[in-house]
Design a protein around this ligand. Structure first.
Ligand code: NAD
Ligand code: UPG
Length: 467
Protein backbone atom coordinates (compact mmCIF):
# COMPACT_ATOMS: atom_id res chain seq x y z
CA UNK A 1 0.00 0.00 0.00
CA UNK A 2 2.90 2.36 0.71
CA UNK A 3 4.36 1.61 -2.73
CA UNK A 4 0.93 2.15 -4.29
CA UNK A 5 0.15 5.42 -2.51
CA UNK A 6 3.67 6.91 -2.34
CA UNK A 7 5.46 6.66 -5.71
CA UNK A 8 8.29 8.75 -4.25
CA UNK A 9 9.08 6.08 -1.62
CA UNK A 10 11.04 2.95 -2.56
CA UNK A 11 9.70 -0.14 -0.81
CA UNK A 12 11.84 -3.28 -0.70
CA UNK A 13 10.35 -6.44 0.79
CA UNK A 14 12.90 -8.97 1.95
CA UNK A 15 12.29 -12.46 3.24
CA UNK A 16 14.57 -15.38 4.10
CA UNK A 17 12.11 -17.65 2.29
CA UNK A 18 13.46 -17.63 -1.27
CA UNK A 19 10.46 -19.54 -2.69
CA UNK A 20 8.09 -16.88 -1.38
CA UNK A 21 10.17 -14.06 -2.84
CA UNK A 22 10.30 -15.88 -6.18
CA UNK A 23 6.52 -16.18 -6.07
CA UNK A 24 6.16 -12.46 -5.31
CA UNK A 25 8.29 -11.79 -8.40
CA UNK A 26 6.20 -14.13 -10.57
CA UNK A 27 2.70 -14.15 -12.05
CA UNK A 28 1.51 -16.46 -9.25
CA UNK A 29 1.62 -14.44 -6.05
CA UNK A 30 2.01 -16.58 -2.91
CA UNK A 31 -1.27 -15.39 -1.38
CA UNK A 32 -4.74 -14.64 -2.71
CA UNK A 33 -6.14 -11.30 -1.66
CA UNK A 34 -8.71 -9.37 -3.73
CA UNK A 35 -7.11 -6.35 -5.43
CA UNK A 36 -3.55 -7.23 -4.40
CA UNK A 37 -2.33 -8.59 -7.73
CA UNK A 38 -3.23 -5.40 -9.59
CA UNK A 39 -1.28 -3.26 -7.15
CA UNK A 40 1.77 -5.53 -7.10
CA UNK A 41 1.86 -5.70 -10.90
CA UNK A 42 1.51 -1.91 -11.20
CA UNK A 43 4.34 -1.06 -8.77
CA UNK A 44 6.74 -4.03 -9.08
CA UNK A 45 10.07 -2.98 -10.61
CA UNK A 46 9.16 0.71 -10.20
CA UNK A 47 9.15 1.48 -6.48
CA UNK A 48 8.31 -2.00 -5.16
CA UNK A 49 10.96 -4.70 -5.02
CA UNK A 50 11.02 -8.23 -3.63
CA UNK A 51 14.41 -9.64 -2.68
CA UNK A 52 16.22 -12.18 -0.54
CA UNK A 53 19.20 -9.90 0.12
CA UNK A 54 18.23 -8.92 3.65
CA UNK A 55 21.53 -7.25 4.50
CA UNK A 56 21.54 -4.95 1.47
CA UNK A 57 17.97 -3.88 2.23
CA UNK A 58 18.89 -3.12 5.85
CA UNK A 59 21.91 -1.04 4.80
CA UNK A 60 19.92 0.99 2.27
CA UNK A 61 16.75 1.61 4.30
CA UNK A 62 15.92 4.68 6.37
CA UNK A 63 12.94 2.98 7.95
CA UNK A 64 12.56 -0.76 8.56
CA UNK A 65 9.27 -2.53 9.25
CA UNK A 66 9.84 -5.75 11.18
CA UNK A 67 6.89 -7.86 10.03
CA UNK A 68 8.04 -11.41 10.74
CA UNK A 69 5.87 -14.16 12.19
CA UNK A 70 5.27 -14.31 15.95
CA UNK A 71 3.62 -17.72 16.40
CA UNK A 72 2.56 -19.29 19.68
CA UNK A 73 5.53 -20.97 21.40
CA UNK A 74 5.53 -24.74 20.92
CA UNK A 75 8.00 -25.60 23.71
CA UNK A 76 9.79 -24.13 26.71
CA UNK A 77 8.46 -21.55 29.15
CA UNK A 78 4.98 -20.36 28.13
CA UNK A 79 4.53 -23.16 25.55
CA UNK A 80 1.02 -23.11 24.09
CA UNK A 81 0.43 -19.50 25.16
CA UNK A 82 3.35 -17.10 24.85
CA UNK A 83 4.39 -15.53 21.54
CA UNK A 84 7.59 -16.94 20.13
CA UNK A 85 9.83 -13.91 19.68
CA UNK A 86 12.68 -15.88 18.12
CA UNK A 87 12.19 -14.38 14.64
CA UNK A 88 11.80 -10.87 16.02
CA UNK A 89 15.04 -11.24 17.93
CA UNK A 90 16.87 -12.73 14.94
CA UNK A 91 15.75 -9.83 12.76
CA UNK A 92 16.69 -7.24 15.37
CA UNK A 93 20.16 -8.74 15.80
CA UNK A 94 20.60 -8.74 12.03
CA UNK A 95 19.69 -5.06 11.82
CA UNK A 96 22.11 -4.28 14.66
CA UNK A 97 25.03 -6.13 13.11
CA UNK A 98 24.54 -4.97 9.51
CA UNK A 99 23.35 -1.36 9.75
CA UNK A 100 25.91 1.30 8.82
CA UNK A 101 23.58 4.27 9.41
CA UNK A 102 20.89 5.26 11.93
CA UNK A 103 17.42 3.77 11.38
CA UNK A 104 13.85 4.00 12.46
CA UNK A 105 12.81 0.44 13.32
CA UNK A 106 9.08 -0.19 13.26
CA UNK A 107 7.52 -3.08 15.11
CA UNK A 108 4.80 -4.19 12.65
CA UNK A 109 4.43 -7.78 13.88
CA UNK A 110 1.96 -8.39 16.71
CA UNK A 111 4.04 -8.67 19.87
CA UNK A 112 3.59 -8.79 23.64
CA UNK A 113 3.65 -5.54 25.57
CA UNK A 114 7.19 -4.14 26.10
CA UNK A 115 8.83 -6.05 23.22
CA UNK A 116 10.08 -2.71 21.89
CA UNK A 117 12.17 -2.36 25.01
CA UNK A 118 13.98 -5.67 24.33
CA UNK A 119 14.50 -4.64 20.71
CA UNK A 120 16.07 -1.36 21.80
CA UNK A 121 18.42 -3.14 24.22
CA UNK A 122 19.55 -5.56 21.48
CA UNK A 123 20.07 -2.77 18.95
CA UNK A 124 21.99 -0.53 21.34
CA UNK A 125 24.22 -3.33 22.64
CA UNK A 126 25.12 -4.85 19.26
CA UNK A 127 25.41 -2.02 16.75
CA UNK A 128 28.29 0.17 15.58
CA UNK A 129 29.13 3.13 17.81
CA UNK A 130 27.44 6.42 16.95
CA UNK A 131 24.31 4.90 15.35
CA UNK A 132 20.79 5.74 16.60
CA UNK A 133 17.85 3.34 16.51
CA UNK A 134 14.42 4.72 17.24
CA UNK A 135 11.79 2.03 17.81
CA UNK A 136 8.15 2.61 16.94
CA UNK A 137 5.16 0.37 17.41
CA UNK A 138 2.80 0.41 14.41
CA UNK A 139 0.48 -2.60 14.73
CA UNK A 140 -1.40 -3.84 11.69
CA UNK A 141 -5.20 -4.01 11.83
CA UNK A 142 -6.02 -5.31 8.33
CA UNK A 143 -8.19 -8.39 8.02
CA UNK A 144 -7.50 -10.99 5.35
CA UNK A 145 -9.92 -10.97 2.45
CA UNK A 146 -10.40 -7.22 2.80
CA UNK A 147 -6.73 -6.24 3.20
CA UNK A 148 -6.61 -3.78 0.32
CA UNK A 149 -9.70 -1.82 1.35
CA UNK A 150 -8.65 -1.94 5.02
CA UNK A 151 -5.23 -0.54 4.12
CA UNK A 152 -6.60 2.07 1.68
CA UNK A 153 -9.12 3.44 4.15
CA UNK A 154 -8.17 2.30 7.65
CA UNK A 155 -10.37 3.05 10.66
CA UNK A 156 -7.15 4.27 12.24
CA UNK A 157 -3.39 3.97 12.02
CA UNK A 158 -1.72 3.60 15.39
CA UNK A 159 1.85 4.74 15.98
CA UNK A 160 3.43 4.38 19.42
CA UNK A 161 6.74 5.90 20.43
CA UNK A 162 8.79 6.81 23.46
CA UNK A 163 7.98 10.25 24.80
CA UNK A 164 11.55 11.50 24.20
CA UNK A 165 12.20 14.22 21.57
CA UNK A 166 13.93 11.60 19.37
CA UNK A 167 11.02 9.17 19.79
CA UNK A 168 8.56 11.92 18.87
CA UNK A 169 10.62 12.87 15.80
CA UNK A 170 10.65 9.26 14.59
CA UNK A 171 6.88 9.06 15.17
CA UNK A 172 6.39 12.24 13.13
CA UNK A 173 8.43 10.73 10.27
CA UNK A 174 6.13 7.69 10.10
CA UNK A 175 3.03 9.89 10.42
CA UNK A 176 4.29 11.68 7.28
CA UNK A 177 4.39 8.40 5.36
CA UNK A 178 0.77 7.54 6.21
CA UNK A 179 -0.33 11.15 5.66
CA UNK A 180 0.15 10.48 1.93
CA UNK A 181 -3.28 8.82 1.94
CA UNK A 182 -4.72 8.55 5.46
CA UNK A 183 -6.51 11.61 6.89
CA UNK A 184 -4.46 13.06 9.76
CA UNK A 185 -7.24 12.63 12.31
CA UNK A 186 -7.14 8.89 11.68
CA UNK A 187 -3.45 8.63 12.56
CA UNK A 188 -3.40 8.09 16.31
CA UNK A 189 -0.18 8.62 18.24
CA UNK A 190 0.35 7.02 21.67
CA UNK A 191 3.11 5.72 23.91
CA UNK A 192 4.89 2.50 22.91
CA UNK A 193 3.29 0.20 25.47
CA UNK A 194 -0.25 1.43 24.81
CA UNK A 195 0.25 0.83 21.12
CA UNK A 196 1.55 -2.71 21.63
CA UNK A 197 -1.26 -3.57 24.04
CA UNK A 198 -3.95 -1.98 21.84
CA UNK A 199 -3.28 -4.56 19.13
CA UNK A 200 -3.80 -7.50 21.50
CA UNK A 201 -6.81 -5.71 23.01
CA UNK A 202 -8.45 -5.10 19.61
CA UNK A 203 -8.18 -8.75 18.61
CA UNK A 204 -9.36 -9.97 22.01
CA UNK A 205 -12.43 -7.71 21.88
CA UNK A 206 -13.26 -8.71 18.30
CA UNK A 207 -12.92 -12.42 19.04
CA UNK A 208 -14.91 -11.92 22.24
CA UNK A 209 -17.86 -10.67 20.18
CA UNK A 210 -17.77 -13.80 18.04
CA UNK A 211 -17.55 -16.11 21.05
CA UNK A 212 -20.40 -14.17 22.67
CA UNK A 213 -22.70 -14.53 19.67
CA UNK A 214 -21.65 -18.17 19.28
CA UNK A 215 -22.50 -18.81 22.94
CA UNK A 216 -25.89 -17.25 22.23
CA UNK A 217 -26.24 -19.45 19.12
CA UNK A 218 -26.22 -22.51 21.38
CA UNK A 219 -29.05 -20.99 23.44
CA UNK A 220 -30.95 -20.17 20.23
CA UNK A 221 -30.72 -23.74 19.01
CA UNK A 222 -32.01 -25.02 22.33
CA UNK A 223 -34.89 -22.56 22.57
CA UNK A 224 -36.11 -21.94 19.02
CA UNK A 225 -34.75 -18.40 18.87
CA UNK A 226 -32.90 -17.28 15.72
CA UNK A 227 -29.39 -15.96 16.30
CA UNK A 228 -29.48 -13.64 13.25
CA UNK A 229 -32.64 -12.02 14.59
CA UNK A 230 -31.04 -11.68 18.03
CA UNK A 231 -27.84 -10.20 16.54
CA UNK A 232 -29.87 -7.75 14.48
CA UNK A 233 -32.01 -6.70 17.42
CA UNK A 234 -29.11 -6.17 19.83
CA UNK A 235 -26.85 -4.65 17.16
CA UNK A 236 -29.27 -1.79 16.59
CA UNK A 237 -28.21 -0.48 19.98
CA UNK A 238 -25.47 1.91 18.96
CA UNK A 239 -23.48 1.04 22.05
CA UNK A 240 -23.29 -2.56 20.78
CA UNK A 241 -23.22 -2.07 17.00
CA UNK A 242 -24.07 -4.61 14.31
CA UNK A 243 -20.68 -5.68 12.95
CA UNK A 244 -18.81 -8.83 13.94
CA UNK A 245 -21.90 -10.50 15.36
CA UNK A 246 -22.28 -13.26 12.79
CA UNK A 247 -22.61 -16.63 14.48
CA UNK A 248 -20.42 -19.26 12.88
CA UNK A 249 -18.87 -22.66 13.23
CA UNK A 250 -16.10 -20.82 15.12
CA UNK A 251 -13.50 -18.20 14.37
CA UNK A 252 -10.23 -19.10 12.68
CA UNK A 253 -7.24 -17.32 11.19
CA UNK A 254 -3.65 -16.93 12.23
CA UNK A 255 -4.30 -14.06 14.63
CA UNK A 256 -7.22 -14.36 17.04
CA UNK A 257 -6.27 -17.50 18.93
CA UNK A 258 -2.56 -16.67 18.98
CA UNK A 259 -3.08 -13.12 20.19
CA UNK A 260 -5.62 -14.04 22.87
CA UNK A 261 -3.31 -16.75 24.21
CA UNK A 262 -0.55 -14.15 24.18
CA UNK A 263 -2.78 -11.88 26.29
CA UNK A 264 -3.58 -14.78 28.63
CA UNK A 265 0.15 -15.40 29.08
CA UNK A 266 0.83 -11.73 29.65
CA UNK A 267 -1.89 -11.62 32.32
CA UNK A 268 -0.50 -14.70 34.04
CA UNK A 269 3.03 -13.31 33.94
CA UNK A 270 1.70 -10.19 35.62
CA UNK A 271 0.12 -12.36 38.38
CA UNK A 272 -3.41 -11.60 37.24
CA UNK A 273 -4.94 -15.12 37.11
CA UNK A 274 -8.57 -13.91 37.06
CA UNK A 275 -7.81 -11.67 34.09
CA UNK A 276 -6.07 -14.57 32.34
CA UNK A 277 -9.09 -16.84 32.94
CA UNK A 278 -11.44 -14.20 31.59
CA UNK A 279 -9.63 -13.94 28.22
CA UNK A 280 -8.96 -17.68 28.01
CA UNK A 281 -12.70 -18.32 28.01
CA UNK A 282 -12.95 -16.80 24.50
CA UNK A 283 -10.87 -19.59 23.01
CA UNK A 284 -12.54 -22.24 25.19
CA UNK A 285 -15.92 -21.17 23.77
CA UNK A 286 -14.49 -21.29 20.24
CA UNK A 287 -13.32 -24.88 20.67
CA UNK A 288 -16.73 -25.76 22.10
CA UNK A 289 -18.49 -24.22 19.09
CA UNK A 290 -16.49 -26.26 16.57
CA UNK A 291 -17.02 -29.49 18.52
CA UNK A 292 -20.71 -28.70 19.04
CA UNK A 293 -21.21 -28.20 15.30
CA UNK A 294 -19.50 -31.48 14.33
CA UNK A 295 -21.51 -33.29 16.98
CA UNK A 296 -24.71 -31.83 15.56
CA UNK A 297 -23.83 -33.26 12.13
CA UNK A 298 -23.22 -36.68 13.65
CA UNK A 299 -26.43 -36.77 15.71
CA UNK A 300 -28.50 -35.57 12.76
CA UNK A 301 -27.08 -38.33 10.59
CA UNK A 302 -28.54 -40.83 13.06
CA UNK A 303 -25.60 -40.87 15.49
CA UNK A 304 -23.05 -42.37 13.17
CA UNK A 305 -21.16 -41.11 10.17
CA UNK A 306 -18.92 -44.16 9.76
CA UNK A 307 -18.52 -44.79 6.04
CA UNK A 308 -20.92 -41.97 5.14
CA UNK A 309 -19.87 -39.34 2.64
CA UNK A 310 -19.92 -35.74 3.84
CA UNK A 311 -19.20 -32.84 1.48
CA UNK A 312 -17.41 -29.92 3.11
CA UNK A 313 -17.80 -26.68 1.19
CA UNK A 314 -15.02 -24.24 2.00
CA UNK A 315 -11.70 -24.90 3.67
CA UNK A 316 -10.26 -21.37 4.13
CA UNK A 317 -10.78 -19.74 7.53
CA UNK A 318 -13.05 -17.12 5.92
CA UNK A 319 -14.12 -16.13 2.41
CA UNK A 320 -11.92 -14.25 -0.06
CA UNK A 321 -8.68 -15.75 1.19
CA UNK A 322 -6.75 -18.94 0.51
CA UNK A 323 -5.41 -18.94 4.07
CA UNK A 324 -6.23 -22.01 6.16
CA UNK A 325 -4.38 -21.19 9.37
CA UNK A 326 -6.56 -22.27 12.34
CA UNK A 327 -9.43 -22.78 9.90
CA UNK A 328 -12.53 -24.18 11.64
CA UNK A 329 -13.19 -26.12 8.43
CA UNK A 330 -10.01 -28.13 9.01
CA UNK A 331 -10.99 -28.88 12.61
CA UNK A 332 -14.46 -30.03 11.58
CA UNK A 333 -12.98 -32.24 8.82
CA UNK A 334 -10.68 -33.84 11.40
CA UNK A 335 -13.65 -34.56 13.66
CA UNK A 336 -15.39 -36.29 10.73
CA UNK A 337 -12.27 -38.28 9.86
CA UNK A 338 -11.97 -39.44 13.48
CA UNK A 339 -15.51 -40.79 13.12
CA UNK A 340 -14.44 -42.75 9.98
CA UNK A 341 -16.51 -40.68 7.56
CA UNK A 342 -15.57 -40.10 3.94
CA UNK A 343 -15.04 -36.40 3.34
CA UNK A 344 -15.08 -34.58 0.00
CA UNK A 345 -13.74 -31.04 0.18
CA UNK A 346 -14.08 -28.09 -2.15
CA UNK A 347 -12.62 -24.61 -1.73
CA UNK A 348 -12.27 -22.12 -4.61
CA UNK A 349 -8.91 -20.71 -3.47
CA UNK A 350 -7.12 -23.14 -1.19
CA UNK A 351 -4.51 -25.20 -3.08
CA UNK A 352 -5.00 -28.97 -2.89
CA UNK A 353 -1.49 -29.42 -1.43
CA UNK A 354 -2.41 -27.12 1.47
CA UNK A 355 -5.49 -29.20 2.32
CA UNK A 356 -3.38 -32.36 2.49
CA UNK A 357 -0.84 -30.57 4.67
CA UNK A 358 -3.54 -29.42 7.06
CA UNK A 359 -5.21 -32.80 7.40
CA UNK A 360 -2.14 -34.98 7.80
CA UNK A 361 0.39 -35.09 10.60
CA UNK A 362 3.89 -34.72 9.14
CA UNK A 363 5.98 -37.86 9.49
CA UNK A 364 3.08 -40.16 10.39
CA UNK A 365 2.98 -42.34 7.29
CA UNK A 366 0.02 -44.54 8.28
CA UNK A 367 -2.01 -41.50 9.22
CA UNK A 368 -1.36 -39.95 5.81
CA UNK A 369 -2.41 -43.07 3.96
CA UNK A 370 -5.57 -43.32 6.05
CA UNK A 371 -6.44 -39.66 5.40
CA UNK A 372 -5.96 -40.18 1.67
CA UNK A 373 -8.36 -43.13 1.80
CA UNK A 374 -11.04 -41.03 3.48
CA UNK A 375 -10.63 -37.65 1.78
CA UNK A 376 -11.30 -36.50 -1.77
CA UNK A 377 -10.44 -32.98 -2.87
CA UNK A 378 -12.79 -31.67 -5.53
CA UNK A 379 -12.78 -29.00 -8.24
CA UNK A 380 -16.33 -27.82 -7.61
CA UNK A 381 -19.05 -27.83 -4.98
CA UNK A 382 -21.16 -29.91 -7.33
CA UNK A 383 -18.46 -32.57 -7.57
CA UNK A 384 -18.01 -32.64 -3.79
CA UNK A 385 -21.74 -33.10 -3.23
CA UNK A 386 -22.09 -35.99 -5.68
CA UNK A 387 -23.32 -39.00 -3.71
CA UNK A 388 -22.89 -37.27 -0.35
CA UNK A 389 -25.39 -37.78 2.46
CA UNK A 390 -24.70 -34.45 4.08
CA UNK A 391 -23.28 -31.09 3.03
CA UNK A 392 -21.45 -28.88 5.46
CA UNK A 393 -20.92 -25.20 4.66
CA UNK A 394 -17.73 -24.37 6.53
CA UNK A 395 -16.64 -21.14 4.80
CA UNK A 396 -18.97 -18.35 3.69
CA UNK A 397 -17.84 -18.13 0.03
CA UNK A 398 -20.44 -16.16 -1.97
CA UNK A 399 -20.60 -18.82 -4.71
CA UNK A 400 -22.26 -21.26 -2.27
CA UNK A 401 -25.27 -18.95 -2.01
CA UNK A 402 -25.97 -19.19 -5.73
CA UNK A 403 -25.31 -22.89 -6.33
CA UNK A 404 -27.93 -24.78 -8.30
CA UNK A 405 -29.23 -26.42 -5.13
CA UNK A 406 -31.90 -28.36 -7.01
CA UNK A 407 -29.18 -30.04 -9.08
CA UNK A 408 -27.10 -30.59 -5.94
CA UNK A 409 -30.08 -32.26 -4.26
CA UNK A 410 -30.63 -34.58 -7.18
CA UNK A 411 -26.98 -35.64 -7.21
CA UNK A 412 -26.84 -36.51 -3.51
CA UNK A 413 -27.38 -39.89 -1.89
CA UNK A 414 -30.76 -40.38 -0.24
CA UNK A 415 -30.51 -43.56 1.76
CA UNK A 416 -33.63 -44.67 3.59
CA UNK A 417 -32.92 -44.38 7.29
CA UNK A 418 -34.77 -45.97 10.13
CA UNK A 419 -34.18 -43.63 13.04
CA UNK A 420 -33.12 -45.68 16.03
CA UNK A 421 -33.76 -44.47 19.52
CA UNK A 422 -31.95 -46.41 22.25
CA UNK A 423 -35.05 -46.24 24.45
CA UNK A 424 -37.38 -47.53 21.75
CA UNK A 425 -38.42 -51.16 21.86
CA UNK A 426 -38.30 -52.26 18.25
CA UNK A 427 -40.55 -55.27 18.81
CA UNK A 428 -43.94 -54.42 17.45
CA UNK A 429 -43.07 -50.76 17.06
CA UNK A 430 -44.27 -49.04 13.95
CA UNK A 431 -41.12 -48.09 12.07
CA UNK A 432 -41.05 -45.12 9.75
CA UNK A 433 -38.15 -44.59 7.43
CA UNK A 434 -37.00 -41.22 6.11
CA UNK A 435 -35.20 -40.33 2.91
CA UNK A 436 -33.10 -37.29 3.36
CA UNK A 437 -30.23 -35.17 2.14
CA UNK A 438 -28.90 -32.93 4.85
CA UNK A 439 -27.35 -29.48 4.78
CA UNK A 440 -25.50 -28.11 7.80
CA UNK A 441 -24.94 -24.41 7.29
CA UNK A 442 -22.11 -23.47 9.65
CA UNK A 443 -22.06 -19.90 8.37
CA UNK A 444 -25.73 -19.01 8.19
CA UNK A 445 -25.50 -17.94 4.53
CA UNK A 446 -28.06 -20.14 2.79
CA UNK A 447 -31.78 -19.58 2.29
CA UNK A 448 -33.07 -22.42 4.46
CA UNK A 449 -36.70 -22.07 3.31
CA UNK A 450 -35.76 -22.49 -0.36
CA UNK A 451 -33.62 -25.51 0.47
CA UNK A 452 -36.42 -27.10 2.48
CA UNK A 453 -38.80 -26.55 -0.43
CA UNK A 454 -36.40 -28.57 -2.60
CA UNK A 455 -36.47 -31.38 -0.05
CA UNK A 456 -33.35 -30.84 2.04
CA UNK A 457 -33.25 -31.24 5.78
CA UNK A 458 -31.51 -28.05 6.88
CA UNK A 459 -29.63 -27.16 10.04
CA UNK A 460 -28.39 -23.59 10.34
CA UNK A 461 -26.05 -22.57 13.13
CA UNK A 462 -28.00 -20.66 15.78
CA UNK A 463 -31.47 -21.62 14.56
CA UNK A 464 -33.59 -23.77 16.77
CA UNK A 465 -35.59 -25.63 14.16
CA UNK A 466 -35.95 -29.36 14.39
CA UNK A 467 -34.47 -31.34 11.55
N1 NAD B 1 -1.73 -12.13 8.48
C1 NAD B 1 -2.41 -11.09 8.90
O1 NAD B 1 -3.52 -10.83 8.43
C2 NAD B 1 -1.88 -10.19 9.98
C3 NAD B 1 -2.60 -9.03 10.32
C4 NAD B 1 -2.11 -8.22 11.34
C5 NAD B 1 -0.93 -8.55 11.99
N2 NAD B 1 -0.27 -9.67 11.63
C6 NAD B 1 1.00 -9.99 12.33
O2 NAD B 1 2.06 -9.85 11.39
C7 NAD B 1 3.11 -10.79 11.67
C8 NAD B 1 3.39 -11.62 10.43
O3 NAD B 1 2.21 -12.34 10.10
P1 NAD B 1 2.08 -13.12 8.71
O4 NAD B 1 0.71 -13.68 8.66
O5 NAD B 1 2.53 -12.25 7.59
O6 NAD B 1 3.16 -14.29 8.94
P2 NAD B 1 3.83 -15.24 7.84
O7 NAD B 1 4.37 -16.40 8.60
O8 NAD B 1 2.89 -15.47 6.73
O9 NAD B 1 5.03 -14.37 7.24
C9 NAD B 1 6.17 -14.02 7.97
C10 NAD B 1 7.38 -14.03 7.03
O10 NAD B 1 8.54 -13.60 7.76
C11 NAD B 1 9.65 -14.28 7.20
N3 NAD B 1 10.79 -14.22 8.14
C12 NAD B 1 10.92 -14.86 9.33
N4 NAD B 1 12.09 -14.53 9.90
C13 NAD B 1 12.72 -13.67 9.06
C14 NAD B 1 13.96 -12.99 9.11
N5 NAD B 1 14.78 -13.12 10.16
N6 NAD B 1 14.29 -12.19 8.07
C15 NAD B 1 13.44 -12.05 7.00
N7 NAD B 1 12.27 -12.67 6.91
C16 NAD B 1 11.89 -13.48 7.93
C17 NAD B 1 9.13 -15.68 6.98
O11 NAD B 1 9.95 -16.38 6.05
C18 NAD B 1 7.71 -15.41 6.46
O12 NAD B 1 7.66 -15.37 5.04
C19 NAD B 1 2.62 -11.60 12.88
O13 NAD B 1 3.14 -11.02 14.05
C20 NAD B 1 1.11 -11.40 12.83
O14 NAD B 1 0.50 -11.55 14.10
C21 NAD B 1 -0.70 -10.49 10.63
O1 UPG C 1 -18.97 -11.88 12.79
C1 UPG C 1 -18.00 -12.61 12.56
C2 UPG C 1 -16.76 -12.13 12.06
C3 UPG C 1 -15.73 -13.03 11.83
N1 UPG C 1 -15.90 -14.35 12.07
C4 UPG C 1 -14.77 -15.28 11.86
O2 UPG C 1 -13.66 -14.80 12.59
C5 UPG C 1 -12.45 -15.17 11.95
C6 UPG C 1 -11.54 -13.94 11.78
O3 UPG C 1 -12.12 -13.07 10.82
P1 UPG C 1 -11.53 -11.61 10.53
O4 UPG C 1 -11.28 -10.92 11.80
O5 UPG C 1 -12.43 -10.95 9.57
O6 UPG C 1 -10.16 -11.94 9.77
P2 UPG C 1 -8.60 -11.87 10.24
O7 UPG C 1 -7.81 -11.76 8.99
O8 UPG C 1 -8.30 -12.96 11.19
O9 UPG C 1 -8.47 -10.44 10.99
C7 UPG C 1 -8.34 -10.32 12.40
O10 UPG C 1 -7.01 -10.53 12.79
C8 UPG C 1 -6.06 -9.64 12.16
C9 UPG C 1 -4.69 -10.10 12.58
O11 UPG C 1 -4.33 -9.63 13.84
C10 UPG C 1 -6.39 -8.23 12.58
O12 UPG C 1 -5.46 -7.32 11.98
C11 UPG C 1 -7.82 -7.88 12.14
O13 UPG C 1 -8.15 -6.56 12.57
C12 UPG C 1 -8.76 -8.90 12.76
O14 UPG C 1 -10.10 -8.66 12.30
C13 UPG C 1 -12.86 -15.82 10.63
O15 UPG C 1 -12.82 -17.23 10.78
C14 UPG C 1 -14.27 -15.34 10.42
O16 UPG C 1 -15.04 -16.21 9.65
C15 UPG C 1 -17.11 -14.83 12.55
O17 UPG C 1 -17.26 -16.02 12.79
N2 UPG C 1 -18.14 -13.95 12.77
Amino acid sequence: MIAHKCPHIQVTIVDVNAARIAAWNSDNLPIYEPGLEEIVKARRGKNLFFDTDVDKAIIEADLIFVSVNTPTKKSGVGAGYAADLFYIELCTRRIASVATSSKIVVEKSTVPCRTASSMRTILEANSRPGLRFDILSNPEFLAEGTAISDLSAPDRVLIGSLGTPEGKAAQAALVEVYANWVPREKVVTTGLWSSELSKLAANALLAQRISSINALSAICEATGADVDEVAHAVGLDQRIGSRFLKASVGFGGSCFQKDILNLVYLSESLHLPEVADYWRQITTMNEYQKRRFSQRVITSLFNTITGKKIAVLGFAFKKDTGDTRESPAATVCKHFLDESAKVSIYDPKVPESQIWLDLTVPGVQDGEEQVKKQVTICDSAMQAALGAEGIVVATEWDEFKTLDWQAVYESMAKPAYVPISPSLSLVGAELTSTENSFIFDGRGILDADKLKAIGFKVFTIGRGEEI
